[in-house]
Write a protein that binds this ligand. Sequence first.
Ligand code: PRX
Length: 631
Amino acid sequence: MQHLRIKSLQEYQETYQKSIEQPEQFWDEVANNFVWRKPWDKTLEWDFAKPEVKWFKGGKLNITENCLDRHLEERADKTAIIFEPNNPNEAAQHITYKELHSRVCQFSNVLKANNVSKGDRVCIYMPMVPELAIATLACARIGAVHSVVFAGFSAKALASRINDSACKVLLTADGGFRGDKITPLKSIADEALQECPSIEKTIILNRTNLEVTLTENQVWWHEELEKVNDVFEAVEMDAEDMLFILYTSGSTGKPKGMVHTCGGYMVYTAYSFLNVFQYQENDVYWCTADIGWITGHSYIVYGPLLNGATTVLFEGVPSYPDFGRFWQVCEKHKVNQFYTAPTAIRALAKHPTSLVEKYDLSNLKTLGTVGEPINEEAWHWYDEHVGKMNCPIVDTWWQTETGGIMMSSLAGVTKDKPTFATLPLPGIQPILMGTEGIEIMEQVAKGRLAIKFPWPSIARTIYGDHERYKQVYFSTFKNMYFPGDGALRDEDGDYRITGRVDDVIIVSGHNLGTAPIENAINEHEQVVESAIVGFPHDIKGNALYAYVILYNDVLPSEFLKIEINQLISDKIGPIAKCDKIQFVSGLPKTRSGKIMRRILRKIAINELDNLGDVSTLLNPEVVEEIIKCRI
Ligand code: PRX
């Protein structure tokens, strides 16, 4: 793969040009660097109107042969995964490619013995331990579709995800360590399972020695392992067979199960990993995300392993045992590429720089960020204190839906620029659209971002709801993919992502739709209606501000606020709790009954002289009252 690494600006420009002019030939050449059981008949078939995208049609493969088997010849004893536990006193584990291969094969046999076969959906609700990566790969090896649910989600959120894709088996753990706490995963899962009729078996890893009781159809992970061997021939998959489902919030209704397929996802995550991070053979790479999010799927597990890389898997949190943990781990494992979220950088920047300076970070070559726009201050802190002004920073813009990084500088190869994602990766064709739906041709401009040509790792559909997929991503602009973000382009052609243009709010790097949170609040028996908006927060990026209407006879109270946040925690998870809750007598609405969030957003950020004309509202009088009582 190393020969696919772009090494100069000129090479980037030439490669990019080729990828646009001859996309099929370009991706053919990249895809030729993988192990295919049978080559594809057709590189690309697409129609954004349907929408339908197929890459490497007719090709047969198994992604785990590319992540594992093919490395056994040259890298059998190379470390694939360095596991750094939550507790700094617990020994780190170095898992070689040979061992990882064996453990994945063994767990594939466990899945098989538990009646999982090709096409079945398996839900994985686990802490960040090696078994999580092993389980995901084992699903891929037997052709089952993994659906990893972030272990911070509540029982209700877990249940709705299990039910949406009718998962057959649930993989979980007794508990998960997070800082000085233990998340009782098994008991949360048990609560979810009360309403999940499709689950036939639950396999439970003992991670924390929490006391748990197994009921019918629940088995211990380690006991299952004892029953099987470690030989498992990977199941042959079609390039367009489903590899996984990963849920992401939408601006309305239930979460969207984004479907990624085997061939295109493999090719794009491997290629983007290599080029963005400029990974070289003996580097140690660390992405601090959780495998429960797309960043973990693509750039902890698949992208690195496809490249035969050494990837760090960290169980803990940046604040435990103190705010120097990230840097302690960088020093300990001699990390070369470090990839994290702006919200983490902002939180760490609040603490004395001695916590960074204490550690030897001289091995760092590349720094990266992902998940939300990074502000100038955080960028410079990262550059100065972590990178010592000596490491390029890749600001990677992408989404669960895109599968891999769409825009970013290539570390040290193309230029980075504070707060800019900069340029598209080869094969990615972004444009800016005006409000009238016409492409903005001027170089320096601001607009809504759209992508006009498919790339191999684009999500193929929303599980069970292709119509919604079409509606959300392909109906705003004709024949284009619309990611829901705004952007500006400067005189160098560099892009800066300006943020969401829909009702999704990014809190601490997590995508939250307003609708599910409002629905949760509205379930409180004393609540009539509610509206959520985001407001800037210096660590989380955005925090949530709720405007809540109570029934006439209900007295507003602090207690009610606590109950409302508890309800949100139960329905979605603690990440969706509101920082501010204001009780109001009404919400500003248009004559057709639509809540005017724009006005609520302005009030939340105290931008009161710029509310626009409120006289056309159904209830203009309510605006004055909301302003008066704003928090
Ligand atoms: O708004 C963009 C923001 O995160 C959204 C995607 O969220 P999610 O699917 O959870 O995936 C996050 C990890 C890839 C995008 O629509 N976003 C992501 N990265 C950036 C970003 N905004 C600005 N700059 C980024 N680098």
